[in-house]
Structure formats: C-alpha cells, structure tokens
Design a protein around this ligand. Sequence first.
Ligand code: GLU
Length: 487
Amino acid sequence: MCGIVGYCGHQQAEDVIIEGLRRLEYRGYDSAGLAVVADGSLHWAKKSGKLANLGEELEAHPLPSSTQGIGHTRWATHGAPTDANAHPHVSADGKVAVVHNGIIENFVSLRAELTAEGVTFTSDTDTEVAAHLLAREVAAGATLTQAMQRVARRLAGAFTLVAVSADEPDVVVAARRNSPLVVGLGEGENFLASDVAAFIEHTREALELGQDQVVTITPGSVTVTDFEGKPSEARPYHVDWDLSAAEKQGFDWFMRKEIFEQPKAVADTLLGRWSDRGDLFLDEVRISPEELRRINKIVIVACGSAFYAGMVAKYAIEHWTRIACEVELASEFRYRDPIIDPMTLAITISQSGETADTLMAIRHAREQGAKVIAICNTNGATIPRESDAVIYTHAGPEIGVASTKGFLTQVVACYLLGLYLAQVRGMKYGDEIRALMDELESMPAKIRGCWTGSSRSTGWPARWPAMRMRCSSWAATSATRWPWRGR
Ligand code: GLU
C-alpha cells in the first residue's frame, strides 16, 4: 500500500510525478505507473518492477507534454505484481484514470455489478472497479469531483483514490478513507501525495486532510468536501522536516514509524474477512472444506520473528481447533525427517515470501503430500506461489530490521486461520467466532490506547508527526550492525 502522487500546475507533470514517486520509493513497491491528460485524452504508462522499468517504457513510448497527471507505486494486495495489475487503471471508455492505495473491501460485489452491465475487466485488482464506477458517473453527466463523492460513498475499506478525466483539463480529484493523503500548496500549482516527501522540494505548505474527504486541485485552487459534497475543513500546516525526516513521517526511525503503523496494519489484515452470509471467509484459502476437515496435525514452519509468531499462534490454533500443532524452525525442518503425510497441514510464515529455508521446507512438506498455507506480506512472492493457499498480511513494507507490524499481523493472520479451521470443522458456533472476531477487530483501538492512554480512535494517522520521539541509540546500532532481511 504504497505511494501516490497527483499534480496540477505549470511544470511538466511527468517530471514532477516521477520525482515524487522516487521520493516515495522508501515505502517499498512492486510496480509503478502514471497517467497524464493532454489535448482531451488520457495517456498512461505502467510497468511491474522498479521505477527504472517505467523510465525505460517512457523512453520507448514517450507521453505527450502535460501539466496534469497522477502517479503510483504499488504494493500489491489483490492480483500479482504484473504490468496489467499496475496502476493507473483506466475505465473501459478510456475517459477516467485512477490510482489507489489501500484495499476496496467490497470490490467483489461491485465487480459483479459492473460485469452484469457488460464491463470487461482487464486486471485482477480491487482498484479497477473504481475506474469503471467513476467513468459511469462522468458519462451520466457528473463532474469528476461529483463522481468521486458518489463513488467514495459506495466503497468499503481503506482507500486513497486519485483520478483524472480526459474531459476535465487542469483538475485532479482525490478521496481518502483510512489511508494517507496530503495536499501540497504551491504557487500556481498544487500537489497530492501519500506523504510530504513527494513534494517537499516544491513546497513546504501543506493541508492535512481528515477522514472521508474529497479534494479537488487545480493550478490555482484546492477545494475540500466530505463524501456528500458539503464543504469541509482541512488543517493547513508548514512542513519543517528535512527530506529524510519526511520519509519517516516525522519519526526519527523507520522502526518507530512502523510501530505506530501497527493499528492500521492490523485493521487492514482483518479487512474483508467477514462474508455477507455472516461467516468468516478467507478468499485466498483455496483448499476445500473437506480437505481441511481431514487434517489431523498442523505444523507451523518459519524462521526468525515469524517463528515466534508461530509459537504465539500455536496456543490459539490448538485451543480453537483441537488439532495438535507443532512449531518448527524452517532451517531444521527437512533435515530431521519430520512425520508429514497428506493429513498434515503446514502453515508457513514469511514476511518477504522469499525466505530460502522456509521455501525449502514447503517443497519438502508438499513432497510428503501435506497441504501448505502461506502467511505472507508480499503479494506474488515465491512462497505464496509455491503454496496451496495464502493469507496475505496487509502490513505494507517493513523497513526497520526488527519486525514490529510485520510480526503482529502474522499473529493476526494465524488467528484468522485458526478461527477459519474451527468454523470449517464445526469446533465453534458462529456466534463464538463472531465474538472472537469482534475482539480482534477491537485491537487497533486497543493498540492506540497503549500510547494515548485510551482506546478511542484518535484520527490516526493524522497525529503521527505529533508523536515524534527519540529512539534509543541501541536501535540505531543494532540496525547498522545486523542488516539482515528476508524474514
Ligand atoms: N489494492 C490495490 C492493488 O492491489 C492497491 C495496492 C496499493 O496500495 O499499492 O492493486
């Protein structure tokens, strides 16, 4: 869930956007793209992989000159990191382009509605519904701002959406709910971005948007409304951080920033797991209930912090499912000839999805006939690809060496899986599972309560910069001395 940039002004939009995306690279990403409006049409380019790939694409197929555009670096949540799934997504009529950070929780039903109307989808993302919904409103006569207000009202989940329309020169429109977006206020130009690092070279005057707001920028104006279209307030502020502090959103260390991101990471990992039928639903677990009912042993295989997440999860999984559960270090697993058969379920946990020992353990478990479910934070990585099923933790990139939000979301994903197994195997009644889900869903507020002293929502993440604190030098030295990755 990574970087977003929008620009409207007098400079070349492509240059401002690419530079802004570069400034947001620290957030991690798997694909990048941008769209501009020129002479009443949309032009766009997108590529999986690093910004350099997008740069090569733009050299091979240059976009026309334009002063209005949107850009995106993607951390895939729905659909593999491919060119087709990279953002922007463009409506079927070629009129509206949109970029999105976050998760549209109700995209399955919206996609079904649009498909029934004859819309053909060209990606596997949750985002594409937004492009078609916006275009439908625009075709019916709405301005892009009105279209965004109407569409935002229909979306559930966490989203920052930024869009341009071929028919509206000099206008970029965005909406936000539970996902970051700031406005940069320039002279004859305005900016939108996931964080100020993207535009700090151009302006230090910013607007902090509130929850459920729509913002429309032109070169000379910024208009903020709520989702109903009523005028709304946004807080102006002056950015006094330097670029490196801006990347850390005012925190001294990435690790500290990531600690404070835990409420959102947990909430995102829980998003969209409860079905309209009133039961727990793990879309990505494509192992049949019959097969899950046959399981008589669970083995959790992981390395490092993920191994500790497994040790925590074991207690809950055994308690809820009454299936014996072992936790194994992936590096030992295949060498000690573990007792694995087709009635074993192996759960592997890996933040990166590339941990070599865990990958070898999966291969070994599958050779013995076991089913494998991966818990992973990186869409399309090797471990989920080689597993029978996957549950993604939606923690976003973790740059700090010691795992914080990554670890916590691994525990949450294991709990979801434990509850799902209990449901499938009839070990818990529906109301018991709902009660446990309510407990899990109350966690983000409780975590915030650890540092605010209350479990009430505090308008997070708008308060982050105010929470700036010094980290001990111990964290600094440990990060530089042992820079290993690949948990
Ligand atoms: N959910 C969207 C996708 O998978 C956006 C991911 C992001 O925030 O980068 O494409």
